[in-house]
Ligand binder design. Structure first.
Ligand SMILES: NC(=O)C1=CN([C@@H]2O[C@H](COP(=O)(O)OP(=O)(O)OC[C@H]3O[C@@H](n4cnc5c(N)ncnc54)[C@H](OP(=O)(O)O)[C@@H]3O)[C@@H](O)[C@H]2O)C=CC1
Ligand SMILES: O=C(O)[C@@H]1CCC=N1
Length: 269
């Protein structure tokens, strides 16, 4: 079995560890690094996976998954450079960071795969997009596809699309959570108890997502089926259009794309 070390087991690193264990990966094949002792203990107690140093991770693992904040990448790559064994695959989950950054800061020929996952990985429902760096082979891509495929769906995309992907599916769960939060507030406004409003909206979200995933229908068709002539839904849609919700989403996702590109440029040589 391939040994995988997650460097930086925060929100997404923990989601990956948890998702891989749920999918049947052995705890003995998973390692992680973290900055603080207490966080190491917490994760080891929760998942039975071993906390190691970066040097131990580089010595033992065939795959190093980098899951630190983009702002924390430079010291980690400096530490990793002299430790990396030839042929170790480096998988980056970091928003904005190009494979070229890793290739520049790590030993010549290091295979790198850039991935943009999302937190539904925690429940085996991630959407991950993967792109090969200059030295990543078909076998490396297949291995990363297998790894991420065990915790959700995987799409191969050209690296030039990764900033857009980050804005859409990387950040995407947050937009849905925001929408659900606002809709629950609307229930409160209408006088419903919070628990009732939450149950109504969360199940509606699950039902709508399942229809989108399973029916093969375009979202417009599904929305039209809910929108009766002179009924309730069209009154709500008119307000959404009047308040520019569609334009707000376009602008929001464009801003997220721009931020991803900016995070990458911050590391230009
Ligand atoms: N959260 C998300 O939904 C997604 C995040 N990502 C990407 O994943 C990466 C991590 O994000 P997220 O999990 O949210 O962030 P977190 O801050 O939750 O996780 C990063 C973790 O790495 C630790 N860390 C930092 N430097 C080191 C180091 N040198 N060695 C070991 N551990 C270290 C941090 O410790 P400390 O807290 O002490 O600094 C923290 O626990 C980012 O690059 C982000 O762009 C990608 C897709 C989705
Ligand atoms: O907000 C962020 O920067 C990270 C990347 C995608 C989702 N969360």
């Amino acid at each position: 079995m391939t040994t995988i070390a997650v460097l930086g087991a925060g929100k997404i690193g923990e989601a990956l560890l948890s998702g891989l264990l749920d999918a049947g990966w052995g705890a003995g094949d998973l390692l992680f690094t973290e900055r603080y002792e207490q966080r190491c203990r917490e994760l080891t107690e929760r998942y039975g996976v071993r906390a190691v140093t970066v040097a131990e991770a580089a010595g033992e693992a065939e795959v190093l998954v980098v899951a630190v904040k983009p702002q924390d990448i430079d010291p980690l790559l400096t530490e990793l450079n002299p430790l990396l064994k030839p042929g170790t695959l480096v998988v980056s989950l970091c928003a904005g960071l190009p494979t070229a950054l890793y290739e520049r800061e790590l030993p010549e020929g290091t295979p790198v795969v850039r991935v943009m996952p999302n937190t539904p990985m925690l429940v085996g429902q991630a959407m991950s997009a993967i792109s090969a760096g200059a030295h990543a082979t078909q076998e490396h891509m297949d291995l990363v596809e297998k790894l991420l495929g065990s915790v959700g769906k995987v799409l191969r995309v050209p690296e030039a699309q990764q900033d857009a992907v980050t804005a859409l599916s990387g950040s995407g769960p947050a937009y849905f959570f925001f929408l659900v939060e606002a809709m629950i507030d609307a229930g409160i406004l209408l006088g419903l108890p919070r628990a009732t409003a939450a149950q109504l909206i969360i199940q509606s979200a699950v039902g709508a997502a399942t229809m989108l995933a399973d029916s093969g229908e375009h979202p417009v068709t599904l929305r039209e089926a809910v929108t009766s002539p002179a009924g309730t839904t069209i009154m709500a849609i008119r307000e959404l259009e009047k308040h520019g919700v569609r334009a707000a989403l376009l602008a929001a996702i464009e801003a997220a794309r721009d931020r991803s590109a900016e995070l990458g440029r911050a590391h230009d040589a």
